[in-house]
Design a protein around this ligand. Structure first.
Ligand SMILES: Cc1cc2nc3c(=O)[nH]c(=O)nc-3n(C[C@H](O)[C@H](O)[C@H](O)COP(=O)(O)O)c2cc1C
Length: 383
């Protein structure tokens, strides 16, 4: 048989957290839940042992007790924060409103399903136990979605796992992993979420090594090879931006980049260009480059192309992402189609092209890591 890939992809890309569109009135039959759990049980399980246990809860008074615990474990905080942010343009407003709605109405959802597993984490640092439950619980969510039902992955209650266990009679030695409120969805049309493209988060052979165009795997240069490094910084994006958008910051940390001057402008803006000075003492080489700012979106993206605005020999990019407690700073380098010294060496020595690329990538990676670490130290010191 062959799968309807379009349908399968739609299922995989549109199984979302459903909270405001859970139908609180329509009954969900047990047999439907059992069928979905049967499908979920096809997921891999450690050593082939059947250790997952599922709790299906529809008793009103039990649901009320669990919902109260969910609210004291954090749900009430979410309800408060959603109220505070209502009417503002906070980027998390939609998710907060939705999570607040669920917290306020958890006891009204027709069924609560809790996925558990026999066993306790051994503290070894290996995923161990949980890697036998999560894939199964997610299959359950997919099976629900394909039948017109929905859920939302929730773990807030785990702060009150002991109290849950008491109410439900869950024995010692069983770990609760996720609480899934289940209902028919109001409408079945859901959209894929906005996520980073795979090409930005997949490393080939080495941590941080990327390919812009994986269709060109055979041609090393055409594949647009690159390096990405990331660091989490305990400082605001605004503070990190000051350092990342200063074209002279890398000169403080790089073994190669000596500094740069703006040409006919005094700061980063799209269209501005700068002259950069480079030196490698290991290969006794000095050179200058002109770079063109192609994106400048304070405090999120600062990107420039080297040597040619449209057909660069390299593309460089800083991305700043607000994360809890600070900023994730990402620096990306992508070798361009117009040949740089590296590209030329690769073309002239096709047998060693892979080695040349790996060596240059490693060199960049080292400098980029030092640069990000330097920015982290400076930003955190002043934070
Ligand atoms: C590990 C984990 C725990 C979560 N815990 C909760 C929770 O306790 N309550 C809740 O309303 N949503 C919870 N969520 C759902 C996320 O908030 C959800 O992914 C987010 O709303 C975005 O929805 P989307 O992925 O469908 O776009 C959790 C998600 C994950 C992956």
């Amino acid at each position: 048989m062959s799968f309807d890939v379009e349908q399968t992809d739609k299922l995989l890309s549109t199984t979302r957290a459903v909270r405001r569109r859970l139908d609180l009135e329509r009954n969900v039959p047990d047999e439907l839940l059992l069928r979905c759990i049967e499908l979920a049980e096809q997921a891999p399980t450690g050593a082939g042992i059947s250790s997952r246990r599922w709790l299906v809860i529809r008793d009103r008074s039990i649901k009320k007790q669990l919902a109260d615990l969910y609210r004291t474990a954090g749900g009430n905080g979410i309800i408060e924060r959603a109220k505070e942010h209502r009417g503002t343009s906070h980027p998390m407003q939609g998710v907060m409103d939705s999570a607040a709605h669920l917290a306020a109405n958890l006891d009204r959802v027709p069924v609560l399903v809790i996925a558990t597993i026999w066993g306790e984490h051994d503290g070894s640092g290996k995923p161990g136990l949980f890697d036998s439950v999560i894939q199964s619980a997610w299959s359950f969510c997919l099976a629900l979605r394909s039948r017109g039902l929905g859920s939302s992955w929730t773990t807030l209650h785990l702060g009150k796992a002991k109290e849950f266990a008491e109410i439900l009679g869950i024995p010692e030695g069983v770990t609760q992993v996720v609480l899934l409120p289940v209902a028919w969805t109001i409408g079945t049309d859901f959209k894929p979420a906005s996520r980073r493209p795979a090409s930005e988060i997949v490393w080939f052979d080495h941590w941080g090594y990327t390919k812009e165009d994986p269709a060109e795997t055979e041609d090393l240069i055409a594949a647009g090879p690159g390096v990405t490094v990331e660091v989490d910084i305990a400082a605001t994006p605004e503070r990190v931006w000051e350092l990342a958008s200063d074209i002279n910051t890398p000169a403080r940390f790089s073994s190669e980049f000596q500094g740069a001057d703006w040409i006919d402008s005094d700061g980063p803006e799209v269209g501005a260009s700068f002259q950069g000075r480079n030196e490698r003492t290991d290969v006794d080489r000095k050179w200058e480059t002109t770079s063109y700012v192609v994106e400048c979106n304070e405090p999120r993206v600062f990107a420039w192309n080297v040597n040619d605005r449209d057909q660069p020999s390299a593309k460089w990019r800083f991305e700043l992402e607000k994360i809890p407690g600070g900023t994730r700073l990402r620096q990306r380098f992508i070798l361009g189609q117009r040949l740089s010294a590296t590209g030329t060496a690769m073309v002239e020595n096709p047998d060693q092209a892979g080695q040349i690329l790996a060596s240059r990538s490693e060199h960049h990676k080292g400098n980029m890591l030092r640069n990000l670490q330097g920015i982290k130290d400076l930003a955190e010191k002043s934070a």
